[in-house]
Design a protein around this ligand. Sequence first.
Ligand code: SF4
Length: 480
Amino acid sequence: LWGLDTYTTEKELWSELGEVMTASIGPAGENLVRFACIVHGLYMHEKKKLRGGFFGRTGGGAVMGSKKLKAIAIRGNYKIEPVDSGKFIEFRERVVRLAREKLQTLTKYGTSAIMALTNSTGSLPTRYYEGGSFSGYEKIGPEIFNKLYVKKKITCFACPVACGRHSETSGGLEMEGPEYETLFALGPLTYIDELEAILRANDLANRLGLDTITTGNVIAFAMYLAEKKLIKEEWLRFGDGEALVKAVEMIAYRRGLGDILAEGVKRASEKLAAPEYAVHVKGLEFPGYEPRALKGVALAYAVSARGACHLRHVAYRPNLVGAHPFNPEVKVDRLSYDGHVEYVAELEDFHVVVDSMILCKFYCLPIIGPLLWREISEIYYLATGKSVNLVELRRKGEAINNLIRVYNLREGLKKDDDMLPPRIYSEPLKFGASQGQNIDLERFMKMLEEYYRLRGWNSQGKPLPEKLEELGLNEYIRSF
Ligand code: SF4
């Protein structure tokens, strides 16, 4: 299997083992590209209109590659029975009804739907973080993408929402996706408004096993440096779809400049002597929400345990819709520095519980999702027979986040790692609906200090002994 792309790998496994679930890597993982992903279920759409998936961020594919582990295939028929099946089914039916009603936009457009909101609010990162709205939006946005390229909707097991998309180019190239994050990273961020090229690059990234968010970021970064003549790569220009497709392949096989870009933006910027232009937090590149236009997201990216991630907190949502995630009567002003700290911490505690229970992020999307604290506590009870009240559930989330913090501190995390990249403070957005917005360093530091206080951490971001004791984490008090 070594050397095969992810589609062929899965096909080979199916032909040898029959219908199995697989997790595999492509050439990018084999070549230890630091943002290689783990891919699964690419052919499930043919079977039951089910979607596959890409464990994209933070380089799990490179970990498999380093162990020479190409793929895992499993088959199973063990049934898991909830403690109270009858009530569980009733509950499930209620949630499914609500999901159908509340997540209609996802059903209609898929995840690309949110681009309408990020573009109109000037929070769609464009031209490697120079602006926040994209002049080519109409050519790549949700309307045109769904109309011209989506072949069918695909879904996760038993979900009526079907937010996944199976697409096809005019040349007959079929693929899973692209999702919003891929569209943003391979489109506006690289200033490319040719959907065909974006789809081809998405397909290549899927086949070669690359995280599309980092892939788009690192290519856009190289385009930015080439334009400034800081690297001699004249072929790599903003807006050039062919250059994008070529660069994806060079990265996966570590050819030429691709060998440097395969290290991710942080390391590549050091090798190219341009760290001041690199956009990342803790080495993880930004997803599709511009923090200068969404001040709550600025804090959330900065303190997120694995770097600039949108899924640890989903803080973009309250910023974009202007309402507190758990108390919609309270307004959230995306351009103000006030009122973000408390809900960012609660969102982090909430989502770490959501992830621990392996629930869909969209069902748990505050304000519109049908599963919030109360419903999650109900699921826990119906599935296990153990009751956990809302206060206890939140406390579990807080304990997990503190444990992650302790782990990161032990591994050398410093307060400086909770900072945004320099351009976000010094360079206001040059164009778009949030033109002129930046992050004021002094006000940002106030948010950060308030966040540390609320978390029960000291001024250096270290959990205080009494906080660890309160959370039952006494054994870690002297571990960092
Ligand atoms: S379970 Fe969630 S991610 Fe999967 S199709 Fe449904 S809404 Fe989309």
